[in-house]
Design a protein around this ligand. Structure first.
Ligand code: SF4
Length: 383
């Protein structure tokens, strides 16, 4: 079986080289090609002799995912559909911001958490992604950009619950932020969870990336009705884990609160929320439900959303109303399904990327336009 090199850390890659009869520095060279130079084929590894390239080609898996199709939203957001080696489909979303790009990546094919407002959850769980399948989403998208340096921010908010695939996600994080890996700043990487308490505690010990918690209710009854995970880890335990989460200076935990008409949007919900988060270094992102993500539910009217925000602001909480980008291509929060169902019609997935996906320079134009549009909730998280 071929070795999945993008899932190995620096020492393991050196050891792999030694096991193949090479000097350890060859391992470092190969790692540099894969994670820094974004190589997707051995032919690109120009400072390696031909025989070593042939050996890498024979013994290592270099490109664990393939692009099936890319859609571009009218707001410039791009949704990539990738096929894994066993045929499962996952999605990544590239979001243009005023001065940088953010990528939203998947950690699982599907999701087992069953949140009521989420299309990914409705599709069920297929399998965990490997570390290299997680890292490769960033490599692939970064490679496709005319100015790869503009991609500075990563959010784990795509398909799946990242903390339910803990070991692979932490291993992938290692390669994303390592100086000899992809070298993203840990301050610009955010992991969002629905609230797996033991793994939140572990994450605080194992990494220094940002934490976001999908909260969505301030009482157990409502939260359990929206998110089955709350029956296992009720609010008191979740909030206690957040209080104990080690936060570097001036960092906060982001709490996402999807506002749903008649379910969690009353004045008393807002007041209760301020009580639950009292004393925490927290900021709150209010996200009106994306209608397509939960057919039987709808977002509240804007007046009520503003009222909700005002109650939080009156009690000195930073609370931003976030409009998700990419709604027209089902790339917004809770809309990722691994299919292309747009406007109620499922489009055929072909083996070729769409033409638009081959024109990366257009993203710069789109980004300029976006500077005038309302901000997205991922934009706030990824600063
Ligand atoms: S919101 Fe997140 S954790 Fe919940 S079902 Fe959707 S992908 Fe899974």
């Amino acid at each position: 079986m071929k070795t999945d090199l993008k899932g190995l850390n620096a020492l393991e890659t050196e050891q792999w080289a030694v096991d193949k009869g090479l000097e350890p520095y060859r391992g470092r060279q190969i790692r540099h090609w894969l994670l820094n130079r974004l190589a997707r084929s051995c032919d690109e590894m120009q400072n390696l002799p031909k025989d070593i390239r042939a050996l890498v080609m024979e013994k290592a898996l270099i490109a664990p995912i393939e692009e099936v199709k890319t859609l571009i939203s009218e707001d410039g957001t791009r949704k990539y559909l990738f096929r894994l080696h066993d045929g499962h489909l996952i999605e990544s979303v590239l979001i243009p911001e005023r001065d940088h790009l953010t990528i939203c990546i998947s950690s699982q094919a599907g999701c087992a958490m069953g949140c009521r407002f989420c299309l990914t959850g409705k599709g069920g769980f297929k399998r965990n992604l490997t570390p290299s399948e997680i890292v490769e989403q960033v490599i692939y998208v970064k490679r496709s950009l005319s100015d790869p340096e503009r991609l500075t921010n990563i959010v784990f908010m795509g398909m799946g619950e990242p903390l339910a695939n803990y070991d692979a996600v932490v291993r992938a994080l290692g390669n994303l932020i390592a100086a000899d890996g992809m070298n993203f700043s840990h301050r610009k990487v955010t992991l969002s969870t629905c609230g797996l308490v033991p793994e939140i505690e572990k994450l605080g010990r194992d990494t220094t990336v940002n934490l976001a918690v999908s909260l969505n209710a301030a009482d157990d009854e409502t939260r359990s009705s929206l998110m089955p995970v709350n029956r296992r880890y009720p609010l008191s335990r979740l909030i206690q884990a957040c209080r104990e989460f080690p936060l570097p200076n001036r960092r906060m935990i982001t709490f996402e609160y999807i506002l749903i008409d008649g379910i969690n949007d009353r004045e008393e919900d807002a007041r209760r929320l301020t009580g639950v988060l009292s004393g925490l270094r927290a900021k709150i992102n209010l996200i009106p439900l994306n209608a397509a993500s939960g057919a039987e539910m709808s977002p509240p009217p804007m007046e009520r959303i503003l009222q909700f925000q005002e109650i939080l602001a009156d009690r000195h909480f930073t609370a931003m109303i976030r409009k998700s980008k990419g709604r027209d291509i089902l790339a917004a929060c809770g809309q990722l399904t691994g299919t292309y169902e747009v406007g109620g019609r499922r489009s055929e997935v072909r083996g070729q990327p769409c033409l638009a996906a081959k024109a990366p320079s257009s993203i710069n134009q789109e980004t300029k336009l976006l500077g005038l549009r309302s901000s997205s909730f991922i934009q706030e998280l990824s600063r």
